[in-house]
Design a protein around this ligand. Structure first.
Ligand SMILES: Nc1ncnc2c1ncn2[C@@H]1O[C@H](COP(=O)(O)OP(=O)(O)O)[C@@H](O)[C@H]1O
Ligand SMILES: [Mg+2]
Length: 602
């Protein structure tokens, strides 16, 4: 739990002012990158918003003109001004409506286009990151980037431009018109605005606190949920369902409470604002009414002023509400920008050295390694020459550093010091394509993707023919069990009936590796899930799999180790013995002791 807690804290940790500034800068840059391909569409949208708002705002002014000029003319038998006013009003409404439709649609299209680009970018980015990143940045956090953060951005993009530009402009145009039509009413409005602004500031402060709480709780909920489900085997094995459930219940009710608090804040703000708005409208009516009586104001203008003051308040709570969406979107964008700013430790060279045909010679030159900058030295400076075609077994206690050596050869990590080379070329100078074509690692966690058995084997060699796939399975002795599956090679491994055991998964991943036919093959406890008969069966396939290539085998079984040309005994991050199995047995060191223990147990 401590690991999960510290990761969660990393998510919610408060940033130093400098970090916060850098983080904001990153999100602005990302926003710029997102907008840049749709700049033109944005400009078009902004234009439509401005014209639409002008058309809508013109309405009451036209009514005022109609009342003050059209009606007197009508009474004198001239219907033209009244009809003109009506026609103009209809025209404005039509233009306003059409343009509103236009910009709302446009904002959805543009918003979705930006989101699609961002989603794809985040997926590609997270997929490309090295192992170090994935160990640190938990899947729960990645899930919340792709789900709730994207959702927050979508909400903003859907309504955002519309509200931000549309509602804001509507208020500005309205107040400008009010002041222009009658400065006294304008003054009344501005005075009444003072309590409104104070109320809105209070609302924004409170609601942003509550909104942040909602986001924090929702992120915690997602992280806990994803981790509880990803680790479901361990959870059930250790009967931790109760504890997880209790924690989930706590997190879920925290989330509910935060949502309730936020609704309460809004529930206070909105009615108060409505009251203020109506008081203002009443004030405008009273002040204006007296001025009409004294002949300072025309009736039509008063009607327009009342309509305008009503209209003025309409978007306020929309804007206040929008502020929350805006804040979540800003936070979401910041998190995504920070994710995208992660620097992979393992980078592909910009100018890779081509390696058209590899021999499979591996060299470690003064290679040392630590997983984290402040972590312990897991591999002490190591010099190692593995000639092409040699089969090397790595033995040693758990935690000795065997897998670390394997991961350095497949460049899951880069050496902290020194260099690892394939055919004399530093791995860092190879393209990822050359690297993965020539070096393949099979581990204990043989992972199968959803799809058929054949698809899973074919991963080793994209575009492989059915014959090649079946030949690979035959070569390592996996054909027997595959043919017994309900649909043979076409059995879907993610469906009922297609489920395969851990040992069978390993056989499939052997076939995959065989088909890939790399120059260097690494098996990290890859036979550990096989029982003795299966392993014996695989033994032959294994010998074929190892073939002429350079291989590195990490195994606990003597039979597997004894087929190696050379054994390296790893202890405490150092290679302490190096020689052929028979030599090492004769030398009487650690390997000899292991050998005796194995023999005794047999
Ligand atoms: N991802 C990791 N982050 C930090 N330390 C690690 C990581 N993986 C392994 N280690 C540490 O490195 C040491 C060597 O581990 P490893 O190479 O996996 O051992 P082996 O495969 O021989 O059992 C161990 O002390 C282990 O705790
Ligand atoms: Mg290991």
């Amino acid at each position: 739990m401590t690991a999960a807690t510290s990761r969660k804290d990393e998510e919610q940790r408060d940033l130093t002012p400098a970090e916060a500034k850098a983080s904001r800068k990153r999100s602005f840059r990302l926003l710029g990158e997102l907008i840049s391909p749709v700049k033109g569409q944005f400009a078009l949208m902004a234009l439509m918003v401005v014209v639409a708002q002008l058309a809508v705002v013109a309405g009451p002014a036209i009514i005022a003109w109609g009342i003050d000029n059209g009606i007197p003319a009508l009474m004198e038998g001239n219907s033209i001004p009244a009809l003109q006013a009506a026609a103009l009003h209809i025209a404005c409404a039509l233009i306003g409506g059409a343009l509103t439709f236009g910009y709302v649609r446009q904002s959805v299209v543009v918003g979705q286009r930006m989101l699609l680009a961002l989603r794809r970018r985040v997926f590609r980015f997270t997929q490309r990151q090295d192992l170090e990143f994935h160990e640190r940045y938990t899947s729960g956090r990645i899930v919340s980037r792709q789900t709730s953060d994207m959702e927050a951005l979508r909400e903003l993009l859907d309504a955002g431009v519309n509200v931000m530009v549309g509602a804001f402009l509507s208020m500005v145009f309205t107040i400008v018109l009010i002041v222009a039509m009658d400065p006294i009413t304008g003054l009344v409005m501005l005075l009444m605005l003072i309590p409104c602004v104070a109320l809105t500031v209070w609302f924004q402060k409170r609601s942003s606190v509550e909104y942040r709480a909602i986001r924090t709780h929702s992120a915690r909920l997602i992280v806990h949920f994803v981790e509880a489900m990803a680790g479901i085997r361990a959870v059930q094995a250790f009967r931790k369902e109760g504890r997880n459930q209790k924690r989930f219940d706590t997190l879920a009710s925290d989330y509910r409470n935060a949502s309730l608090r936020s609704i309460q804040v809004f529930g206070t703000y909105q009615p108060l604002l409505r009251v203020l708005a109506n008081v203002t409208i009443a004030a405008v009516l009273v002040v204006g009414g007296f001025r009409v009586l004294s002949g300072d104001l025309q009736v039509g203008v008063l009607v327009a002023l009342v309509l305008y003051s009503r209209r003025f308040f309409q978007p306020v709570d929309e804007i206040a509400n929008f502020y929350n969406a805006f804040q979540s979107a800003v936070a979401a964008l910041e998190k995504i920008a920070n994710l995208l700013a992660e620097q992979p430790h393992v980078k592909e060279s910009a100018t890779p050295t081509p390696l058209p045909a590899s021999d499979g010679q591996i060299d470690f030159e003064r290679v040392s390694f630590r997983y984290t900058a402040d972590g312990p030295l897991v591999l002490k400076p190591l010099d190692l020459h593995i000639p092409a075609g040699q089969t090397v077994a790595l033995v040693g206690q758990t935690g000795a550093g065997k897998s670390t050596i394997a991961k350095l050869i497949s460049r899951f990590y880069d050496a902290t010091d020194g260099r690892v080379a394939l055919d004399g070329v530093d791995l860092k100078d190879l393209s990822m394509q050359d690297l993965t074509r020539n070096i393949v690692m099979v581990t204990q966690e043989a992972y199968l993707f959803s799809g058929t058995v054949a698809d899973n084997i074919a991963l080793g060699k994209p575009g492989a023919s059915r014959e090649e796939i079946e030949a690979a399975a035959r070569a390592i002795g996996a054909d027997e069990f595959i043919e017994k599956l309900p649909y043979g090679y076409d059995t879907d491994v993610s469906k009922r009936g297609g489920r395969v055991s851990a040992g069978q998964r390993q056989l499939i991943s052997f076939a995959r590796a065989f088909l890939a036919d790399p120059r260097v093959l690494i098996l990290d406890e890859a036979t550990s899930s096989l029982d003795i008969p299966s392993e014996r069966m695989v033994q032959e396939g294994l010998t074929k799999l190892l073939g002429q290539r350079t291989s590195l085998i990490i195994a606990h079984r003597l039979t597997t180790v004894m087929i190696a040309d050379r054994v390296l005994v790893v202890h405490g991050g150092e290679v302490v013995e190096d020689g052929s199995p028979t030599e090492l047995v004769a030398a009487g060191g650690r390997f000899a002791a292991l050998y005796r223990a194995w023999q005794d147990s047999m």
